[in-house]
Design a protein around this ligand. Structure first.
Ligand SMILES: Nc1nc2c(ncn2[C@@H]2O[C@H](COP(=O)(O)OP(=O)(O)O)[C@@H](O)[C@H]2O)c(=O)[nH]1
Ligand SMILES: [Mg+2]
Length: 694
């Protein structure tokens, strides 16, 4: 590919509900710009962007893919993202690198949850948005209905660029509202032929043309005057206004077509090339400092200093680590050495390429704003900044959704442990929405993700890429035990065997303690137990507290007062007093009304108002205590339900909440304290603990 300048680069993320047609749209764009000589299809499993065996098997995208293409001298970097909720991290990464987003909407299904999520992702990232309504080869697709719904939901800045001309149930062409003519697209080539608008469609085209003109008029006083005086607005004026409108967010253009038939794609490519923002349209990038504060820095495309930001990492079993980056400042040249401002490593950009799906295209140079991939960096991760500058600048990181769906992970066969830990290390590098924890308390390895399908993919990756067969199971919970009553007990350890014996004797009261661990006191009178044995007594109790007397969980909030006992001049020693304390513990705790404690979390559920009743009812069934309802802090129309819920009831909450809210609900859940387990649930926990110990 010849040298591409910043002004000729467009980075566009395809976002939207799963199944809307993003991957098919990318496929069609590649085909029409002649980068492929065959139009692949998702159903045949031969598209450029869904190349992973797991994507082919499942028939939907699980990872983002890049698809650079050239259109009339403009380089368009398409970032195809998965629409499914479990892979939102992938979409967020692409939005971070993109300069605009096209939200793909199924013309039959209309606005779906994934559409709303896409809108929010692009809005939060502050990048211009456009819509592509797809599937107009299907007689059941409805343009006016879907367009109307989008405009109603997102406002009058949503305006049509192109509308389908529908005769009965059949689309016979697409009216271009800038030029006021009809394009008919050839399936095999995507080529169009132009004709005038048939008389019977004149009215509808005028109506939509007017919507476009109104939006265009908003972009400048001059055009507003022209619009009111009904003076003609030229094609050039309209295109310039659309360009400005898209950048400023005054115009959210709506396109339509049929990805699998190559319909409408040329118009879309034309508009991206002519009107979508250049990487420097935003003028500034965000930096983040050590305190997490954001600041602006001007993008200097001609700078002698080069900075790049890594927005995605792939652990390829053959190529090794691939770091996807955007050139944020200056120009990146092959063989440059940049310093990673997080790890301090000097990284050489030996092998730089673009990735079109899985195909590598080597490049020598990438201009400011362009997107590329570098292989085999040694100490660089997603979200890192690499630069030739002396200072430790860091570009604002991608923020990831928190993984709340947790399962215990274990090898199917013995001996796979190393493969699992190696594989997991690679997977963690490429997916920052996965968490992997070695829980010493439950003696389990756990893996957390955004949902069950997310973890399915982790399991598949471990198997296919790293040869590790694993099993997932419901994780154990870290219960605790404590006592509720004060008891007074005695423990005596006495042993006489041949020469020197062992002798320790203590009287202790055990009671509920204020501190989390052991509160140890003594009130021994007259040296009944010599001072030097106090630490042994305390240690004896501490050792015992590792295992509660009900189910063997650690004991917390225990107070012990050593108040009496006796000793033997020759036979007493530390061990004997430790053992005496242990005897007292084992004697005392069962009488002290021991109970099991379970972890409780603070839950914040964010949902549209109409789900509040259902969500609260469900929380009741989960033994949750609803603490209040508030409007969401971000000013959206969402409500926040605040509750305290036992962890034991939250394992499947991600999945259940999605099902109950069609995917609109989100939540945060964080540990706050331990609470007593209701009496009726205790036997089951004890039983499970016993089974585990056997
Ligand atoms: N009839 C019809 N089907 C389409 C069109 N675009 C995509 N599809 C089909 O819709 C399904 C989902 O498409 P895909 O591109 O994977 O959607 P994505 O999840 O948004 O990437 C696939 O079976 C496609 O073949 C279209 O324009 N017309
Ligand atoms: Mg896809």
């Amino acid at each position: 590919m010849e040298k591409v300048y910043t002004k000729s680069i467009r980075n566009v993320a395809l976002l939207g509900h799963s199944g809307g047609g993003k991957t098919s749209l990318a496929e069609s764009m590649l085909y029409i710009s002649r980068l492929t000589d065959r139009l692949g299809s998702v159903t045949d499993g031969n598209t450029v962007c869904d190349y992973d065996p797991e994507e082919i098997k499942r028939g939907y995208s699980i990872a983002a893919a890049t698809a650079p293409m050239l259109w009339n001298g403009t380089k368009i970097n398409i970032l195809d993202t998965p629409g499914f909720f479990d892979f939102e991290a992938e979409a967020r990464q692409c939005v971070r690198a993109a300069d605009a987003a096209i939200i793909v909407v199924d013309g039959k299904a209309g606005i779906e949850v994934g559409t709303e999520i896409a809108w929010n992702l692009a809005s939060n990232a502050n990048i211009p948005k456009a819509f592509f309504i797809n599937r107009f080869d299907d007689g059941e697709a409805r343009f006016y209905k879907v367009f109307g719904a989008i405009r109603e939901k997102y406002g009058l800045t949503v305006c049509p660029i192109q509308i389908p001309i529908i005769d009965g149930d059949t689309v016979i062409g697409f009216a271009n509202l800038v030029e006021m003519c009809v394009y008919t697209f050839e399936k095999t080539t995507g080529e169009y032929s132009r004709s005038s608008i048939p008389a019977q469609f004149k009215d509808v085209c005028d109506e939509y043309h007017n919507m476009l003109l109104e939006a265009i008029a908003q972009t400048s006083d001059e055009l507003m005057d022209k619009f009111f005086n009904e003076e003609p607005i030229s094609r050039e004026e309209a295109l310039e206004a659309i360009h400005l409108g898209i950048i400023n967010g005054d115009i959210i253009p709506v396109f339509c077509g049929a990805a699998i038939k190559n319909w409408g794609i040329k118009t879309l490519l034309d508009t991206i090339a002519e009107s979508f923002p250049r990487p420097i349209a935003r003028k500034n990038e965000h930096l983040i400092n050590a305190d997490g504060e954001l600041s602006d820095v001007a993008i200097d495309m001609d700078s002698q200093d080069t900075s790049v930001f890594v927005f995605k990492t792939v652990a390829d079993p053959f190529v090794g680590k691939m770091s996807f980056f955007k050139v944020m400042n200056g120009t990146l040249k092959k063989d440059m050495v940049l310093r990673n401002t997080t790890t301090g490593a000097q990284e050489k950009f030996n092998k730089v390429f673009m990735l079109r799906g899985k195909k590598q295209v080597d490049v020598d140079e990438l201009a400011c704003g362009d997107i590329g991939v570098v292989a085999k960096l040694t100490a660089t991760n997603t979200n890192d900044t690499l630069t030739t500058l002396a200072g430790d600048i860091k570009y604002a990181p991608v923020e990831y959704p928190k993984p709340y769906y947790t399962m215990a992970i274990s090898p199917k066969a013995k001996g796979d442990e190393d493969r699992i830990s190696n594989g997991m290390a690679r997977i963690l590098e490429e997916d920052m929405s996965v968490k992997y924890v070695n829980n010493s308390e439950t003696k389990q390895l756990t893996v957390s993700g955004l949902g069950d399908i997310h973890l399915d993919i982790v399991v598949a990756k471990l198997k296919n890429r790293f040869g590790a067969n694993v099993e997932l199971a419901k994780p154990r919970l870290a219960y605790r035990e404590t006592i509720k009553k004060k008891v007074d007990v005695e423990g005596k350890h006495k042993k006489q065997s041949g020469g020197s014996g062992q002798y320790g004797h203590v009287k202790i009261t055990f009671s509920p303690g204020a501190e989390e661990g052991l509160t140890f006191t003594e009130s021994v009178f007259g040296g009944a137990v010599p001072k030097n044995f106090f630490p042994a007594v305390e240690q004896g109790i501490r050792d015992c507290m590792q295992k509660g007397v009900l189910a063997g969980y650690p004991v917390v909030n225990l107070a012990a007062n050593l108040y009496d006992g006796s000793y033997h001049d020759v036979d007493s020693n530390e061990i004997s007093f430790k053992l005496a304390a242990a005897i007292a513990y084992r004697e005392g705790l069962p009488q002290a009304n021991p109970v099991i404690l379970e972890p409780i979390g603070e839950l914040k559920v964010y949902i549209p108002e109409n789900y509040v009743g259902d969500v609260m009812g469900d929380l009741n069934r989960r033994r949750g205590k609803v603490m209040g309802i508030e409007p969401a802090a971000d000013g959206s129309e969402l409500q926040t339900v605040l509750a305290e819920v036992p962890f034991a009831e939250m394992t499947d909450y991600v999945i259940d909440l999605r099902a109950a809210t069609q995917g609109r609900g989100r939540f945060d859940f964080d540990f706050i304290r331990y609470d007593e387990v209701p009496q009726q649930l205790t036997p089951k926990i004890i039983q499970e603990a016993k089974a585990m110990q056997e």
